[in-house]
Write a protein of this length. Structure first.
Length: 276
């Protein structure tokens, strides 16, 4: 694990593989998880891409400062990380909350992106009900701690089949949530509740984009993913059959194949011309 200080805040990340023809890829995790969520996918992709896998602030080993962790703040952290590592242009892969961060990135730093992968996510802001549910969750968190959040979130994150068949996945996801600090979870909840709507941004996304969704995602209906792909010029859609919301965790082989097929069809990054 490597550490970078971003405006005095410790942000942690892992780096894998070489910058081969597949190029640089940054993976941004879901809520309320951390970078280790990507372990099964990293195993499939590290031979093809140079992977950078950060903990968003308040998650994993990254520090949690005061206040909400907005999607913009997290996008700024990714920007600081890729600038430090000098890995632009890069492909940004975000799953669920990671997708909200990726959309903010596309709004603020479009010139740094080579491509986008938006997995199990949506462009719409929270409805009034969804927002209220997040603030209720903040109260639950204060009263009962992260274990109560794990209990509430697991059925949303994993398909019934994954919960029934693969206790290893359940144990791992539960542990990730239970080891996240209450302050980190609350800050992300407020950040998500207050995130802007990105629906109007979609038609302006000018980089190749892949939308991925699990066919059994309890939070993102297939129609939502289809509409998002249709709104982004030239975007492709990959449906991961049989998977719930955490499609890269439940079906890493299928997810990685979709990413490889997509990235394999991208034009090579032009080599920088030597200085005159
Ligand atoms: C996630 O998986 O990141 C969350 O489901 C996102 C959300 O709560 O909107």
């Amino acid at each position: 694990m490597a550490i970078i200080q971003i405006e005095g805040v410790r942000v942690t990340y892992d780096e894998y593989g070489q910058a081969t023809s597949g190029g640089n890829v940054v993976l941004v995790h879901a809520f309320p998880l951390n970078r280790t969520m990507w372990d099964p996918l990293v195993a499939e992709l590290r031979g093809t891409f140079h992977l950078v896998v950060p903990d968003m602030r308040g998650s994993g080993a990254s520090e949690i400062p005061e206040g909400a962790t907005t999607m913009e703040r997290m996008a700024d952290d990714v920007h600081a990380l890729v600038e430090t590592l000098e890995i632009t242009p890069f492909t940004l892969v975000g799953l669920s909350m990671g997708g909200y961060v990726a959309l903010e990135y596309a709004r603020k730093y479009p010139g740094e992106l080579r491509a986008l992968v938006l997995a199990d996510t949506k462009a719409a802001a929270d409805t009034a009900e969804e927002k209220a549910a997040r603030y209720e969750m903040v109260k639950t968190l204060a009263a009962d701690g992260p274990a109560a959040i794990a209990e509430a979130m697991l059925p949303k994150l994993l398909s019934e089949e994954a919960r029934a068949d693969d206790s290893e996945i359940v144990v791992k996801v539960r542990r990730m949530i239970e080891t996240t600090s209450a302050a980190g979870i609350a800050a992300a909840l407020v950040g998500m509740a207050e995130r802007p709507d990105s629906t109007d941004l979609l038609s302006s996304i000018a980089v190749p984009t892949l939308v991925i969704v699990g066919s059994k995602d309890a939070g993102i209906p297939l129609g939502t993913a289809e509409a998002m792909a249709a709104a982004i010029p030239g975007a492709k859609l990959a449906v991961i059959e049989g998977s719930g919301h955490l499609s890269s965790v439940e079906k890493p082989l299928e997810f990685s194949q979709a990413v490889k097929d997509f990235a394999g069809a991208l034009a090579p990054v032009p080599k920088a011309s030597p200085a005159a």
